[in-house]
Design a protein around this ligand. Sequence first.
Ligand code: AMP
Ligand code: ZN
Length: 474
Amino acid sequence: MLKLWNSLTRTREAFGPINPGEVRMYSCGPTVYSMPHIGNFRSYVTWDILRRVLVANGFKVVHCMNITDVGHLVGDGDEGQDKLQMSADKEGISAWDIAKRYEKIFVDYAEVLNIKLPDSPLLCRATDHIEEQIKLIQLLEEKGFTYKTSDGIYFDTAKFPDYGKLSGQPLDEKLEGARVDVNKEKRQATDFALWKFSYPNGRSFDSAHDDAMHRRHMEWESPWGIGFPGWHVECSAMSHKYLGQPFDIHTGGVDHIPVHHENEIAQSVAAYNVPLANFWVHNDFMTVEGQKMSKSVGNVYTLDDCKAKGIEPLAIRYFFLGAHYRSKLNFTWEAAQAAQNALNNLREFSRELAIPTDQNPHESFNDEFMSELNDDLNTPAALAVVWNLVKSDVESSVKASTLLAWDKILGLDLDKYIAKPVEIPEHVKQIAQRRWEARSRQDWPAADQLRNELDSLGWNMEDGAAEFKLKPKV
Ligand code: AMP
Ligand code: ZN
């Protein structure tokens, strides 16, 4: 029985879906305006594990994730520039090209991390759903939840009595937190933009004239004037379209709790009068020296930075699994290297296993493994079970079938290694032998040159006291 920590009730609850056998899950996706860093991917690997654990529990999973390509402003209080427009100005290309560029990088990175993203149309862009967002805002307008200011249409949080329920923050504390907000036209500091105007007071395309100050690349006509949707609207509109309401699980980073998710709930519940989602699951941050890894702090690392240091994407995935998703995970190069070493060891061990005779995992080890994962996705404990199996005296072919089954959840590509001993080509063996001889007669230049040759062929040579070992480079 899967148990998940539900941020909404602040308890660990037994999970059960609304429709038997099917789980509808929504994950807040990336804002595609710059290089995603590994901190961002901690979220997406967590939801990938959750999806795989749900499948292992026999559920069909309908997973939806948005791509934010418009409307996410620099300030959480709806002030400042649109992040995509800001990057467009900086990089000298259009906001549309910025979105395309960074969405592709996100999708490529997700692939090398073995994150299975939703298939189209469930991986959905905000800019492809402007009509749905306008309709949602109209519905909120009809129900009296909106008001107009000179820069947009706003949601009146005073009209939604449950505002603040997710974060559990009393409204006065929330108002105090949002007090720094610069927009004096808002009725309450917690109110948020549903539609932002490109021109003050909302002109239409007919009446808009060229304005030297006007630089927006993404904008649409609407019943209120030319503009673009507020960031939170897309998630409410697209989850409603693809999953219905209420759905089962809503995921995101803890940073989304106080503003973005609170606002999603307010809009969706106000519009449709039923809860948005039953379970709210949030991951904590990856940190560097105790501080959140984030672009604004400037302490971010990308998968490319890791690659340059010899750390593979799947080692980063292994590193994520080594911590519980609701605790902070501090990044250091030593810790990343330790994850790479552990993964290499697991691969080496897997290679030597006997071919599995059937697909069944070892029963009691499997019970242990699944019960750790079903305990609010306790991946570090599940990895400990992996190593206990490795060290155990379980028959080699059963170890192989068990690891194969578990890798469907871990996603570490162990199938490429299990029961596949390394085959060293004859010419590689010969170069290694020549190097070993050069080394024995202390001919270091020749030994170094032959090591380089092995390196370029993709092999590492490890020198022991009496013999050498050849290992394929990862
Ligand atoms: P963004 O593209 O800024 O909207 O962020 C995308 C996702 O990455 C969000 O769900 C954030 O919660 C998450 N995120 C951002 N920084 C970190 C971090 N340092 N550790 C874990 N998750 C993060
Ligand atoms: Zn969202």
